[in-house]
Write a protein that binds this ligand. Structure first.
Ligand SMILES: *[C@@H]1O[C@H](CO)[C@@H](O)[C@H](O)[C@H]1NC(C)=O
Ligand SMILES: *[C@@H]1O[C@H](CO)[C@@H](O)[C@H](O)[C@H]1NC(C)=O
Ligand SMILES: *[C@@H]1O[C@H](CO)[C@@H](O)[C@H](O)[C@H]1NC(C)=O
Ligand SMILES: *[C@@H]1O[C@H](CO)[C@@H](O)[C@H](O)[C@H]1NC(C)=O
Ligand SMILES: *[C@@H]1O[C@H](CO)[C@@H](O)[C@H](O)[C@H]1NC(C)=O
Ligand SMILES: *[C@@H]1O[C@H](CO)[C@@H](O)[C@H](O)[C@H]1NC(C)=O
Ligand SMILES: *[C@@H]1O[C@H](CO)[C@@H](O)[C@H](O)[C@H]1NC(C)=O
Ligand SMILES: *[C@@H]1O[C@H](CO)[C@@H](O)[C@H](O)[C@H]1NC(C)=O
Length: 438
């Protein structure tokens, strides 16, 4: 009768193992997620062209947070950037061979960043000047775009001879993105704001950039802990989930270094300053199975920030659980099912309410956000047994969180676990392999 008892933990361990052992950049919950960079040539000039570059973030739950994106490429020939609107090259480079008009950037491999909000209107275009912050598609498609305009010189001046830039690189803001080669696509068509006139780009090319957590950081950045009303055990994040405690690289929460003025100022390399914990993750997601009603059950989710140097703005949380098809109410967070690419409605994203809890503040008394959700039980599948009430996968800002080993999930009292030792040992073994692959 109990043959299925350990099926879930083992299946889930193998599932997690498969996710992490994939060498290829591929997000199973958002398989078509990408950032597309489109260049539209608006006019040919005496020695080149004027183009609008538009970056669309088609990732459902991965945004680009402050300090924003950095875009780079290599010119195919000796092109220069005469001028830019809505963004700037970080380094002008050597323009010494120019007299009179000096280009904005002469580097063969320019590096471009967005302008900060509040620049004068004559330096702005639509969708620029947000400090490089780009929303995720799932959270706000209208803010999932960033644009700038540039005037290119020393280039060919027709669609037959112009050479496409090469080797695109995108940081958002850290590493993790890999960009394709530019590809000529059908010319973009623009509609005037009153919808009464259509215009066309003279030439358009696209570059697609995809994210891989493996490339972004060698350590995970988030872990999950569990508790329940039916068992007093609190299952903590796995030890060393994101690294091991080393007092040289972390601070204890009572340390007086935290009283130093300016200690919360992020450093140039954006390295975290973490509170010492046994898991050493900047982010912990706690899932508490809170209440059992006749036809419903209730979960409390708490996200805690252990990084003193980061306010996570527009954070997102993704959870996968078979009962998410029957979410009845979500308090304090926005919930949105992620069904477009999945045949089953078991995955959704949570994010904060604007101006209320859309910023997960730096480590400290305000460094957490919380929500409760009520789910309607499905008579056929609902159970508190075997850790069923806990999520299968959790992602914070699009990065996979490390879960406790399946055999440690809180048990229902009296749920005998004799003759399952072999199976739980197997689960632990799979988990061990999983850690070894990091
Ligand atoms: C990029 O994302 C869009 C929207 O999801 C999708 O239509 C397109 O196929 C993706 N492109 C690639 C190359 O994956
Ligand atoms: C090029 O990018 C634009 C904007 O992201 C997108 O609408 C268009 O479908 C892309 N074209 C191709 C052929 O991928
Ligand atoms: C180049 O422009 C000409 C018209 O000026 C047009 O007929 C041709 O299709 C364009 N070629 C490409 C590759 O866009
Ligand atoms: C582009 O990058 C590749 C690999 O990083 C390199 O071999 C190649 O020379 C680069 N091309 C240009 C034009 O810089
Ligand atoms: C986080 O936000 C608070 C309030 O806006 C600010 O005082 C603090 O300096 C910020 N911390 C960081 C690390 O940016
Ligand atoms: C998916 O689940 C949500 C809530 O859990 C529900 O509102 C939505 O209607 C479901 N969508 C489909 C297509 O089943
Ligand atoms: C749960 O949701 C599914 C589809 O989303 C629906 O078919 C089913 O009736 C729901 N169950 C309950 C108990 O509401
Ligand atoms: C609570 O769950 C733990 C596993 O996490 C288990 O070892 C313990 O026996 C359970 N407690 C009770 C009272 O069943």
């Amino acid at each position: 009768m109990d043959t299925g008892r350990f099926a879930y933990p083992i299946v889930s361990a193998i599932f997690i193992f498969l996710i992490f052992s994939q060498a290829e950049a591929y997000d199973t919950l958002d398989p078509t997620g990408n950032i597309t960079i489109k260049w539209d040539i608006l006019s040919w000039t005496a020695d080149g062209y004027v183009a609008t570059v538009t970056m669309n973030n088609y990732q459902m739950y991965r945004h680009i947070m402050s300090p924003g994106w950095t875009l780079g490429w290599t010119w195919a020939k000796k092109e220069v950037i005469w001028s830019m609107v809505g963004a700037q090259a970080t380094d002008q480079g050597d323009c010494s061979k120019f007299k009179g008009n000096i280009p904005h950037c002469c580097k063969r491999t320019p590096t471009v960043v967005d302008l900060l909000p509040g620049v004068p209107y004559n330096q702005q275009i639509a969708n620029c000047c947000k400090g490089g912050v780009v929303s995720s598609w799932g959270q706000d498609p209208s803010a999932a775009v960033s644009s700038f305009q540039l005037s290119v010189g020393l280039s060919s001046t027709s669609n037959k001879t112009v050479r496409l830039p090469k080797n695109f690189t995108l940081h958002g803001p850290g590493p993790g993105y890999t960009c394709s080669a530019a590809k000529i696509v059908p010319n973009s068509v623009f509609l005037s704001s009153d919808g009464r006139r259509k215009t066309q780009a003279l030439m358009t090319w696209n570059v697609t950039c995809t994210y891989s957590q493996m490339l972004a950081s060698k350590n995970p950045t988030c872990c999950v802990s569990f508790s329940s009303f039916y068992n007093s055990t609190i299952v903590p994040c796995p030890s060393c989930a994101c690294g091991c405690k080393n007092t040289n690289s972390c601070v204890t929460s009572d340390s007086n270094i935290l009283d130093v003025v300016g200690i919360n100022t992020p450093t140039a390399n954006n390295a975290p300053l973490l509170q010492c914990t046994q898991h050493m993750c900047p982010i912990r997601v706690h899932w508490h199975v809170k209440t059992n009603y006749m036809e419903y059950w209730r979960v409390k989710i708490t996200i805690t920030n252990f990084n003193y140097l980061s306010n996570y703005s527009q954070w997102t949380l993704v959870a996968q659980h078979p009962n998410l098809n029957n979410v009845t109410q979500v308090f304090s967070f926005v919930y949105q099912p992620l069904i477009p690419y999945r045949s089953i409605n078991d995955t959704g994203m949570f994010y904060g309410i604007k101006f209320f809890n859309d910023v997960l503040m730096e480590d400290g008394p305000d460094g957490n956000v919380q929500s409760e959700l009520i789910l309607q039980k499905d008579a056929n599948t609902f159970t508190f047994k075997e850790g069923w009430a806990f999520p299968r996968t959790v992602l914070f800002n699009g990065d996979e969180c490390i879960m406790p080993p399946p055999d440690t999930y809180p048990f229902l009292p009296n749920s005998a676990h004799a003759r399952t030792i072999v199976l739980s040992t197997l689960a632990a073994f799979v988990h061990f392999i999983l850690l070894a692959f990091w």
